[in-house]
Ligand binder design. Sequence first.
Ligand code: HEC
Length: 593
Amino acid sequence: MMRKPRLFTKAQVLAMFLLCATLVWAADGKRVFNERCAGCHGSDARGSAKGPGLAGSPRLSGMSAEQLRGLVQRGIPDSGMPAFDLPAEELEAVAIYVRGLNAGVTAKPATGKQVTWGKPEPGDWLTYNGKLSANRYSHLSEINRANVSGMRLKWIFPIPHSGLEVTPLEAGGVMYVTGPNQVYAIDALTGNQVWKYSRPQTRGLGGDAMLGTNRGVAIRDEKVFYVTDNAHLLALHRATGELVWEKTMPEEVQHYGGTMAPLVVKDTVIAGVSGADQGIRGFIVCYKAESGELIWRHWTVPRKGEPGSQTWQGSEPLRGGGSTWLTGSYDEATDTLYWPTGNPFPDGDDRDRGGDNLYTNCILALNPKTGELKWHYQFTPHDVSDRDATEPPLLVDATYHGRERKLLLHADRNGYFYVLDRTSGELLLAKQFLHRVDWATGIAADGRPVVIDPKGCPDDAANWSSAAFSPVTGMFYFLALEECTGSPQGYPDQTGQRFLRALNIETGNIVWEVPQPGPAKAKTWSGVLATAGGVVFYGKPNGGFEAVDERDGKLLWRFETNVQMKASPMTFEITGKQYVAVAAGPNILCFTL
Ligand code: HEC
């Protein structure tokens, strides 16, 4: 008798049964998810205001279905994640579903905690200046003028580079810091390294890029963005530090360098270049954060025939300078990007570049979607003294002479403090912030300086280090340098003196100042952080890290770092506790109460 051929073996039947069961479970899991979880975690599991994203998370991918089941069953006490008392099959099904959302995601941090990302917390420091406005004023106030005297060092993280200029970013308990072609993710509570990305420094560079200067990263979702010394923009995986994409920012070989922290605006990442002292044609460039696809490039020096080219009377300025090495600011309300530019090239030799030399030493107001210029303001036309306008452009909404205004505040290297209406570029105030300025007698109503001696004082009145405006005091805080070595008439104090200064933004008058110990020549450009605690933090030329009262500059706290400080401080909060961090010499220092 012929046996009926068997369609399937027993093992196959069993396998099919399991497959079907899993599919049913999975389908069930999605249903349970939609009913119970989507309200907070989003129907696509990408997160909402009420709960973090659960898809593509390296942390969750490291958890077994068993662990996920336990988490859902118990909830996360005091966090907004409720405990679920579900039938065993539903619990199992939703755990398997969440696991499936994370299949294929890898996490291999070196040590310490694993990195995830979700909804940013209000206490995070997510961008170079903490806010897109570039105003280093934090709403955090746990550390305040009454208790800052009790602030102490919590941890140190060393980086093999002596003159760090980085501002750390902090998000989700992880801090991101940089050195020369080095990026580190560290546990913000302990300073332990999570991962490191590095490549050798590039040979044959000039300027600050050659020195290994780097000012930090930008972050967005699962990516960390970094500019290398040779002006490549890297996207690294936030959980592992692995390279995701890399773009060479320049179009051609010139003396381009990279030192700046890129800026994330919505789903794009924007960066600039250094090298105008060596000869480059500056630009700002914008890429899609996800793919690295080029969206726009805005040249800061026009080609022949382009708008602004009439301000270059001489050969075509193919390396006319106008570098873009300081992170700009962004205004959501007017959807405008503000970017400062550097000096023309060649810097001290203007024989072949008569005219204003646009758009060097400017603030550029750009459409962030297209890179198109909305308006510009030039602080120092036809510069022969390296008066980069690469000082922070702070965007502040304030009542100004009785009227609500959208302002842009900027203390320029040419010795004047400027207040512009940032919607139009209209000049509202230009006031000398040094005791001695003799290159110009003032800024005329049309916005142009009244120049008497283009090479006159000052040398380096202000620079890239961060500044802050306090809405409480109405004051603008920054570090100023009274120095005048170039002047033929000489200057009473040739070595110069640095000051922490507080300006009234309506008058530009100095309200208070703290003279800094010399010599001012020490290349110290620590910046300023102000907080709602009424405290201004800054680094001194002699290595002191200080907190002073925002109202009068009175000393409240000091820590001796005993190393050169060239970086600007930041602050962040994790589970209600505030921290202040700053790079000093080769170390990242983190303080708390
Ligand atoms: C009422 C809102 C809410 C609901 C409903 C909710 N969650 Fe959550 N869930 C949260 C919040 C908030 C967190 C973050 C808690 C924290 O760590 O601070 C969270 C965290 C989690 C985490 C850990 C995420 C991580 O990265 O560590 C998982 C997994 C999770 N939820 C799964 C679920 C599942 C599955 C459901 C449905 C059965 C669910 N949640 C329903 C609010 C919710």
